[in-house]
Design a binder for this molecule. Structure first.
Ligand SMILES: *Cc1c(COP(=O)(O)O)cnc(C)c1O
Length: 353
């Protein structure tokens, strides 16, 4: 058994893999891979997946949930198209690769982007604070957790304008107040399920008010939600496994329990990074992520030695993103604390050599 610290696609609970595998062979007499998305058995899966998202995150009345395709990357375009109003302006916080990509895509569909806070000056190793949120724009966008650099907002920007968040890599990892947001979106493959589905949680009030001169049907959240994510063939298997994972999450105490476990895992690893002279953290301490933990060797010439050791311990997915280097331990919900302990033990052993 490997310890999977990969940043995505993510580790999921073993029971979920087993249930998913069983349904590939037999889902009410067919394979889940061949069942019609219009069949009542799959419609029930979609309905349950949506209901479980609402239950897990305590989604208030007046919000809808959709499972679409295209990943969070198409989400960058979808949210810009759906939230642009007469000003055709938006305020974005730039805290890393994905936030930068969201800015680029918003500009492509005609949004005049005001980057009112950025940490690009120090290669995204901290989160900007004391910024002023603009008021002369249509909406505000930020990325709650920076998967690549390993920073995570503890407090969210405050605004009366529509607030939109890319939560791809920390949704379901901690308790949030959905009512603070107008759109939350997340690629499933970081903490929810297999690649292929993208989750949208949308305040109904914002639907159908776009000022965009063009709105492809697929990208119109109003039509997607009216058609209950069945405008075209949805990502059937990804939605099915996401549903299994949400059942599992709720049976294990829900998001508040995941938050406790994730904090304990993160503390175990950060304590080792801070106390072990062979390692150092890669970002500002106060901005550290509880999902993607980035760290560096204090003596980089020992990298191949360390790499051999963690590989021998059964660890996979530890190298940092190519734009950052070093190491990144992604400790998504399904990663057990025992796996973090294996990494910590390996770090201790490495240091004693
Ligand atoms: C992985 C990731 C993305 C890109 O997701 P895709 O589904 O591959 O398009 C966007 N934002 C964040 C925060 C991510 O972690």
């Amino acid at each position: 058994m490997k310890h999977n610290f990969g940043a995505g696609p993510c580790i999921l609970p073993q029971e979920v893999f087993q249930q998913a595998a069983a349904a590939v062979i037999d889902f009410n007499g067919l394979s889940i891979l061949e069942v019609s998305h219009r069949h009542k058995d799959f419609v029930a899966v979609m309905d349950e997946a949506i209901a479980l998202v609402k239950e897990a995150l305590n989604v208030p009345k007046g919000y809808s949930v959709a499972f679409l395709q295209g990943g969070a990357s198409l989400g960058f375009t979808i949210v810009a198209l759906n939230l642009m109003r007469d000003k055709k302006k938006a305020g974005y916080i730039n805290t890393g690769t994905w936030a930068s990509a969201a800015i680029k895509e918003a500009k492509k569909v005609g949004v005049d982007v005001n980057v009112f806070a950025s940490s690009e000056d120090k290669n995204f190793t901290y989160l900007p604070k004391n910024y002023t949120v603009p008021t002369d724009v249509d909406y505000i966008h930020f990325t709650s957790n920076n998967t690549i650099f390993g920073t995570q907002f503890k407090e969210f920007p405050k605004t009366d304008l529509p607030l939109c968040c890319d939560m791809s890599s920390d949704i379901f990892s901690r308790v949030i107040n959905v009512a603070d947001f107008d759109i939350i979106y997340a690629g499933a493959q970081k903490n929810l399920g297999p690649a292929g589905a993208t989750l949208y949680i949308v305040k109904d009030e914002i639907l159908g008010k776009s000022s965009s001169p063009f709105m492809p049907t697929y990208l119109d959240l109003k039509q997607q939600i009216e058609k209950e994510s069945m405008l075209n063939t949805p990502p059937v298997f990804s939605v099915f496994v996401s549903m299994l994972n949400l059942r599992n999450l709720i049976a294990n105490g829900g998001v508040s329990e995941m938050e406790k476990r994730n904090s304990a895992k993160a503390k175990l690893l950060y304590d080792e990074i801070d106390s072990n002279p062979s390692f150092k953290g890669a970002v500002e301490v106060e901005d550290r992520s509880n999902m993607n933990i980035t760290f560096l060797l204090t003596d980089e010439s020992r990298a191949s030695e360390f790499d051999q050791m963690w590989k021998a311990a059964g660890i996979v997915g530890l190298p940092g993103h190519r734009s950052v280097g070093g190491y990144r331990a992604s400790i998504y919900n399904a990663l057990p604390i025992e796996s973090v302990q294996v990494l910590v033990n390996t770090m201790k052993e490495f240091s004693q050599k």
